[in-house]
Structures are given as structure tokens and as C-alpha cells.
Design a binder for this molecule. Structure first.
Ligand SMILES: CC(C)(COP(=O)(O)OP(=O)(O)OC[C@H]1O[C@@H](n2cnc3c(N)ncnc32)[C@H](O)[C@@H]1OP(=O)(O)O)[C@@H](O)C(=O)NCCC(=O)NCCS
Length: 154
């Protein structure tokens, strides 16, 4: 399906429903949303397919702090395309490292990110226990630790 990816302008409203698919805590989303660049993937009919947020964190380093594909469009390769676009955006803006984090219980995401060129760089033990008030379970596994992944550009 034909699609385009564009940066959301400052007078448009970010798609909170979609962002909540990737991060269940709206307060946490709001804590990074204002500081992030928002990119939307849309179909040629103008339907929203997906979103990702890029946040510069340290010198030369930018992080995908949220990425989501609308349920209707999942499993069709759009997540991979968003990740490729994020890499190209980060590289073309001169960043040397692109990071992403996911839960220990997010099996599909761990597969997808490694297939998309990211390697595990560390584990933030207890991240989800410390920062999220409600327990998160996925795939029958409690989400406790954040697996950090990164890819580098030369
Ligand atoms: C995660 C998400 C963005 C992926 O987008 P998507 O469009 O569904 O993903 P794609 O179709 O591009 O790719 C999925 C890839 O992951 C792979 N994958 C899925 N489950 C896997 C598993 N258990 N093991 C290995 N690879 C797996 C698929 O095989 C596919 O790779 P392939 O094309 O080589 O076969 C989307 O499912 C989503 O929005 N989920 C809810 C929000 C979320 O979890 N966001 C991320 C928070 S960290």
C-alpha cells in the first residue's frame, strides 16, 4: 500500500491513541512528547498507519521513545519501514547513535528491532517496576526490565 511519512507540524495534535499502544502511561508520554519530533505514516487515503517519536538524549545520540502501528495495519511491514525511516532521519541529521528501549516481555519487538539493525546495549533492571504504577504483563511475562538497543552510524 502506498504511504508517506511526514513530520507533524506544531499546530497539529499528536495521535495519543496510537502512542498509548506503545506506552500505557499517558503522563509518561506527555513527559517526552513536547521535546520530541513526531513522525506520522499515512496511507494515500490519509489514514493514519503509524507514528514514531525521536528525542535527542545525549550528544550525538537520539532515541526512538515511542513507535506504534495502528492495530489494523500491524504485521504488514510498516513497523520495519518506520524504523528504517527513523534511522535515515537520525543519520541525515548527523546523529551517530540511534537508541530504542523495550520491555523484557516484548518478544516481537525484540525480534523486530534486531532484524532492523539494532543490537542489545544494556539492561535497565527494574525500570518498569520503578516508573509505572500498574503491573504490565505481556506474553504471560511480567514486564520488569528495559532492554536497551542501539545502532551506530559512521
Ligand atoms: C511493534 C510494532 C510497531 C511493529 O510494527 P508492525 O508493523 O506490526 O511490524 P512489521 O510487520 O514491520 O514487522 C514485524 C517483524 O517482527 C518480527 N517478529 C514478530 N514476532 C516475532 C518473534 N516472536 N520473533 C522474531 N521476530 C518476530 C516479524 O517476523 C517481522 O519481521 P519479518 O518481516 O522479518 O518477518 C507494532 O506491532 C505495534 O505498534 N505494536 C504495539 C505498540 C508497541 O509495542 N510499540 C513498541 C513499544 S517498545
Amino acid at each position: 500500500m502506498n504511504h508517506t511519512i511526514r513530520k507533524l507540524s506544531s499546530d497539529e495534535t499528536p495521535p495519543m491513541d496510537l502512542l498509548l499502544l506503545a506506552d500505557p502511561d499517558q503522563e509518561i508520554i506527555l513527559s517526552y512528547l513536547d521535546r520530541s519530533s513526531v513522525f506520522l505514516m499515512e496511507s494515500e487515503k490519509g489514514e493514519l498507519i503509524g507514528v514514531y517519536l525521536l528525542l535527542p538524549t545525549r550528544p550525538h545520540t537520539v532515541e526512538i521513545v515511542n513507535i506504534a502501528v495502528s492495530e489494523k495495519f500491524q504485521g504488514q511491514g510498516f513497523g520495519k519501514k518506520l524504523l528504517a525511516h527513523a534511522s535515515e532521519t537520525a543519520r541525515s541529521q548527523g546523529f551517530l547513535t540511534l537508541e530504542i528501549g523495550t520491555g523484557n516481555s516484548s518478544i516481537a519487538q525484540l525480534g523486530l528491532y534486531q532484524k532492523s539493525g539494532f543490537s542489545i546495549s544494556g539492561i535497565d533492571f527494574g525500570f518498569f517496576l520503578r516508573n509505572y504504577p500498574d503491573p504490565i504483563w505481556e506474553n504471560g511475562i511480567q514486564c520488569k526490565d528495559m532492554i536497551r538497543l542501539s545502532r551506530h552510524f559512521s
